[in-house]
Every structure is written in C-alpha cells, then in structure tokens.
Design a protein around this ligand. Structure first.
Ligand code: ADP
Ligand code: MG
Length: 259
C-alpha cells in the first residue's frame, strides 16, 4: 500500500500566495475529488505537486511513501510514481509521444516491447487512435484528444497516484464516460491499486469515477470535506456559499468547523 500525503502545503506564483495550507492524505485505491470555484487554486495544487517551474513552495511537505517529492524534479516525481494530467496539457514539439513513453518506461526499468500493442489496446478502448503515438506530444490535438491521450499514457505508465486536473474539460458525455471508466478499471488493475486525486469543477466526472472523499478548495484552503454526497450537494447549490466566504474575508474553517 502506498500513501501520498500533502501537509500544510503553501505555494504561490509571482510573489502571490495561492495555496494557504492544504492537507490531503490519499491511500492506494482511494479516489479523492478536489472541487471548488474558479480561481480557488485547484490547478496550482496540480502544478505544485508535479513541480512545474514558476510555482514557489512557501511551506509544508508532500510525501509519497515517505519520499519528499518537493525535493525532486518533475521527471523524478514521475519515476517515484506520480502521474499528472494537466488541465491544459503542455505541447512538446519535436518529441513524439512514443519516444517520451519509451524514455519513461526505460527510466523505470521496464520493458518497452509491449508498448505499441498496449497503446493500440488502450486507443481502441477509448475510441482513439494509435497514430497518436507518432504525433509530437499534444501538438495540434483537440482538447478531447489530449485528454484521451493522457488516459492512454496513464494506463501504460501505471503510476501509484494520478492527479487529474479537469479531465472532463473538452470531452463530450460519451468520451467522458469512456475515459472515467478506463481510469476506474486501471485503478483496480494495478497493484497496489491506483490512488486518484480528481480535480474537477463539475460532478459529471465523478459519475463513473466514484470518489471516496470530496474536498472543497476555496481561496487556497480546503474548507470542507465529505463523502460522495458532497459532490451532489455542490452540483445542486453551486459554489456561491464559498464565494461569499471569500468575499467576506472570513476564515472558512471557522465557518465550516473543519477539524
Ligand atoms: P483553479 O484551477 O481553481 O481555477 P488556479 O490554480 O488556476 O485556480 O488559479 C488560482 C489563482 O492563482 C487565480 O487567482 C489565478 O489567477 C492565479 N494564478 C494561477 N497561475 C498563475 C500564474 N502563472 N501567474 C499569476 N497568477 C496565477
Ligand atoms: Mg484549473
């Protein structure tokens, strides 16, 4: 069993503090949803977890099975077992996807013999094309193609934990169902089972990918935690209550009585 533990994480960009102390503990096989209004810091959390340049860590720690991820560069974090699907996947001209995957598998000491066959299988499951392997990473792909592409990579790379930032954006209902169902299958196929942090604005991603825990991020803090029913509630009420707390400048923890 693996554990990804984020403790008191504070981080900013351009001298502005965006994450103001985030705590999350995800175990193998668990699905955690991080929901929250626009601008609450969800993508910043994803970027900081992966070590994207330009984001400054101001405090706290991120441990994967006790290994301090914040001390590692992005490639080392991936090697340690973290996979990240960005809200806006980065285009890497000059690097065909197949080369990037071969490099990642070799770095992990894994065979690349089955890669093409595996990717073909994944492509078929997702209604995508294995031709994507020859395309340069994410270059000139539609939003939906990028998301399917990342799901295929996830299935092949078999990380311990995946952070999925707005995986639902750019996918129509059918594609979303295929992608979330595939991630749910991968979760169970892996040993230890995959742990997931699904960052999303909307509940629809969570119809197939049923969360064990739902966290609400507002103004850089987790202000509420609950089970799957919290996602239903947010779908019905929206984020107005959380925006009002921000506007009032109040401490959301006090309002919601978080432990
Ligand atoms: P979310 O994903 O929840 O919508 P983000 O993490 O993208 O929120 O953004 C949180 C806040 O940080 C916003 O106010 C946004 O404008 C700001 N921010 C994010 N990235 C940058 C950046 N690279 N430079 C300046 N401000 C940023
Ligand atoms: Mg975002």
């Amino acid at each position: 069993m693996s554990v990804l533990e984020v403790r008191g994480l504070r981080a900013g960009v351009s001298g502005r503090e965006i994450l103001k102390g985030v705590d999350l503990r995800v175990e193998s096989g668990e699905i955690h949803a991080v929901m929250g209004p626009n601008g609450s810091g969800k993508s910043t959390l994803a970027h900081v977890l992966m070590g994207r340049p330009g984001y400054e860590v101001l405090g706290g720690s991120v441990l994967l099975d006790g290994v301090d991820l914040l001390a590692l560069d992005p490639a080392e974090r991936a090697h340690a077992g973290l996979f990240l699907a960005f809200q806006y996947p980065i285009e890497v001209p000059g690097v065909p996807l197949v080369d990037a995957l071969i490099a990642a598998l070799e770095a992990a000491g894994r065979s690349t013999e089955e890669l093409i066959a595996e990717m073909a299988g994944e492509a078929e499951r997702l209604g995508s094309s294995v031709a994507l392997l020859e395309r340069h990473m994410n270059v000139d792909l539609s939003g939906g193609e990028k998301k399917r592409n990342e799901t295929m990579q996830l299935a092949v790379l078999r990380p311990r934990f995946a952070v999925l930032d707005e995986l639902d954006s750019g996918l129509d209902v059918d594609a979303l169902r295929h992608v979330s169902r595939r991630i749910e299958e991968v979760r169970r196929e892996l040993d230890p089972p995959l742990g997931v942090i699904a960052i999303t604005h909307y509940k629809r991603l969570l119809n197939e990918l049923r969360p064990d825990v739902v966290h609400v991020l507002s103004s850089g803090r987790i202000v509420r935690r609950g089970g799957p029913e919290l996602a239903e509630e947010l779908e019905a009420t929206g984020y107005a209550a959380y925006r009002e707390q921000e506007a009032a400048g109040g401490s959301a923890e006090e309002v919601r009585g978080l432990p």
